[in-house]
Design a protein around this ligand. Structure first.
Ligand code: NI
Length: 227
């Protein structure tokens, strides 16, 4: 299931993000790719020693922290530090690949199981051609290109690619996370139920059946969540 979350960043945060990125220098994106992904990955990424990276990460994680829709879509348990990438010129695409299931956390922090991925678009879509994030799922292939500051959340189990950027520059932030609910089907059910409850609450208020259904949502989450 793909979930789009609009306006994750405020216009001010987008300006700050872009200013920080303007003062950053890009390096090869191959450093974080696994063996299969490295065959098809051809982009640039902010290196770990970039002076701007910690401010950028703090800003994005702060925005995610206050976003209720992100929480219910991903049910995040552990979020790996966000990464930033750039597609332009000769380093302009990332062919079909799957993200590795386990990511090592720096300095003896063990591993995080990657259940969910998210891409936060940072370039205005009219400033570049191509660069769609194409995600395959059981319902076919979905092409995603969002306005700057908006994000797509999708299961890491899916094969995906970034189509070649043929004009301009596509800058984005991407991140991987371990979800409290490992199974994508269970996550989907909880998300759909939560969205339906939200509508019900707005439509009819906190009636006894709504309270009862809300309890069922939490009981399912309690049954399925791990930490
Ligand atoms: Ni990927």
């Amino acid at each position: 299931m793909l979930i789009t979350i609009n306006d994750v960043l405020t216009p001010e945060e987008l300006v700050t993000t872009r200013r920080l990125l303007e003062h950053s220098s890009w390096a090869s994106g191959l450093v974080t790719a696994g063996v299969q992904a490295a065959q098809v990955k051809n982009n640039q990424q902010l290196p770990e020693d970039s002076g701007q990276l910690s401010s950028l990460r703090r800003l994005v994680l702060g925005a995610l922290n206050r976003n209720a829709l992100f929480f219910t879509a991903a049910l995040p348990l552990k979020i790996l530090p966000p990464l930033f990438n750039c597609y332009a010129g000769h380093t302009n695409h990332y062919g079909q690949h799957v993200d590795g299931a386990m990511h090592r956390v720096a300095e003896g922090g063990g591993y995080v199981r990657v259940d969910v991925a998210a891409t936060l678009f940072l370039s205005d879509p009219d400033k570049y051609d191509g660069g769609e994030l194409v995600i395959e799922d059981t319902f076919g292939s979905h092409s995603v290109k969002l306005k700057a500051g908006s994000m797509v959340v999708y299961p890491s189990s899916s094969v995906h690619e970034v189509a070649p950027v043929t004009r301009g520059q596509r800058i984005a932030c991407f991140m991987f996370m371990q979800s409290m609910v490992r199974d994508p089907g269970q996550r989907r059910l909880l998300f759909d139920m939560d969205m339906a409850l939200l509508q019900l609450r707005q439509g009819v208020g906190e009636t006894a059946p709504v309270v009862s259904l809300t309890g069922m949502y939490h009981n399912l989450l309690r049954r399925w969540a791990e930490n």
